[in-house]
Design a protein around this ligand. Structure first.
Ligand code: CMP
Length: 136
């Protein structure tokens, strides 16, 4: 059974010209792109996207960062797409959690600048896809 997930290449990934690398790994894994767009992120969208982190100490920095430059937003589809993309991304901390061979493990150094976002559950995926691509 196919499912969908929301993927973001965050401002650090776009600034470092890693968009092609991310998309290439998604495609080579066998996942399909069903939406893809370079977007500036209004603060309100960032707040809604990261609403579950509103009480965290890093929330302000997170909003600042995600609105600091364009992101690439994508909807990715395939069997177990949510887990499959999280496998490609690697753990949140690019050094302590992500292993080499993953996007964060290969290209990241800091938790805040961890290159990509992927939905973490079917509920988040639905909420995030509605938020970023309403009507899809
Ligand atoms: P993401 O998968 O987009 O979901 C929440 C984001 O918060 C996470 O990736 C990181 O970029 C960021 N984040 C999580 N923990 C920390 C932390 N301790 N310090 C700074 N940023 C964090």
């Amino acid at each position: 059974m196919s499912e969908r997930t929301l993927v973001l290449v965050k401002p650090d990934g776009v600034a470092r010209s890693l968009v092609g690398e991310v998309i290439s790994r998604i495609e080579r894994k066998g996942l399909k792109l069903v939406a893809l767009e370079l977007r500036n992120v209004p603060r309100e969208l960032a707040e809604q996207h990261y609403a579950e982190h509103a009480e965290r100490p890093f929330f302000g920095d997170l909003l600042e960062f995600i609105t600091s430059g364009p992101v690439v937003a994508a909807v990715v589809e395939g069997p177990r797409a949510i887990a499959a993309f999280r496998q490609l991304a690697g753990g949140t901390d690019p050094v302590e959690k992500a292993t080499p061979g993953t996007l964060r493990g290969d290209f990241g150094l800091e938790t805040q600048y961890n290159l990509v976002h992927g939905s973490d559950s079917p509920e988040s995926a639905k909420r995030e896809i509605d938020l970023w691509f309403s009507g899809l």
